[in-house]
Design a binder for this molecule. Structure first.
Ligand code: 13P
Ligand code: SF4
Length: 302
């Protein structure tokens, strides 16, 4: 193990810290983390941990959600600039306006959103639990924010509901176009196509399996197939290869990189542990209001 990794291990013990990392972070970050997972799993861990300090190796909405769920903990991020552009594609005002226009409306908020937005929504979802949660809501009208692609994917499976979309998207998943997938399929005709629901609808039509990052990893691990085309951010390759050394994984696009997730380095992780600052700070009222839809998600997704 490198000196830096040793140092991180030692520091996290000394400071009673737990390191959470998303599957899109660099391999070496996933290697030193205590918990690695999709956004739903990491939110659950953040809500339950006994550690005094949570070091969140992910993007800002993930750290913010951890703080909201564990307000008494110090939640730090190795690089506070790691943000998710999709989370900024919806505003509280848009939601307030929509509520005035529709009765019988549930505002469903993808966890990839800011605390201010969560504060005016009814329930949060992630890609791994959105279908189950939305299906069981009593309201007929669903305002799904901010991701239009995930919203449309879920809506197709719940025809009895009326969906209203917001035009948010993930710039990284948008790069995995239908044409790119067709090329990958013609190069690897026996490979199964595994895709994240943040991809565009025409890309999703080409999928053999659609699911969250954990879902993709679980599907590939359980499958008797040997070759897979991976249509999501390339950080998932680390866990896919680790769990399946005998299988072959082809990235649909070498450009499917989330630049924000890649801001997190071992050096920054070590420094954040060495000099623990006050971490993520949010207004009490915002936290209280944003905790309601997050807790509702944790409850309904059980
Ligand atoms: P998961 O919940 O599937 O891990 O996705 C999070 C994310 O940001 C996808 O871009
Ligand atoms: Fe946001 Fe896309 Fe990066 Fe996920 S991959 S954190 S949705 S920019």
């Amino acid at each position: 193990m490198s000196d830096l990794k040793e140092k991180i291990k030692k520091l996290k013990k000394e400071k009673n810290a737990v390191i959470l990392a998303h599957y899109y972070t660099d391999d070496e970050i996933q290697e030193v983390a205590d918990y690695v997972g999709d956004s739903y799993y990491l939110a659950k861990i953040a809500a339950q941990t006994d550690a005094e300090v949570i070091v969140f190796c992910g993007v800002f909405f993930m750290g913010e959600s951890a703080k909201i769920l564990s307000p008494e903990k110090t939640v730090i991020m190795p690089d506070i600039n790691a943000d998710c552009p999709m989370a900024r594609m919806i505003t509280p005002q848009k939601i307030i306006n929509m509520r005035k226009m529709h009765d019988d409306l549930a505002v469903v908020c993808y966890i990839n959103s800011t605390a201010d937005v969560k504060a005016c929504c009814d329930v949060c979802v992630t890609s791994s639990n959105a279908l189950r949660i939305v299906k069981n809501l009593k309201e007929k009208n669903i305002y799904f924010v901010p991701d239009e692609n995930l919203g449309r994917y879920i809506a197709k499976q719940i025809p009895e509901k009326h969906f209203i979309y917001n035009n948010g998207y993930c710039p990284t998943h948008k790069k995995i176009t239908a044409k790119i997938i067709d090329n990958a399929k013609s190069e690897h005709p026996s490979a199964k196509v595994l895709m994240h629901p943040e991809c565009t609808p025409d890309a999703l039509e080409r999928a053999d399996y659609i699911g969250s990052t954990s879902g993709i990893i679980e599907y590939a691990t359980k499958s008797s197939d040997k070759e897979f085309i991976i249509c999501t951010e390339l950080g998932v390759m680390y866990e896919l290869k680790k769990k399946n050394p005998d299988k072959i994984f082809y990235p649909a696009s070498e450009n499917a990189i989330c630049p924000n997730m890649k801001l997190i380095t071992l050096q920054k992780l070590a420094s954040s542990l060495e000099n623990i600052n006050e971490g993520i700070k949010l207004e009490e009222k915002t936290m209280e209001e944003a905790r309601r839809p997050l807790n509702k998600m944790l409850e309904l997704a059980k």
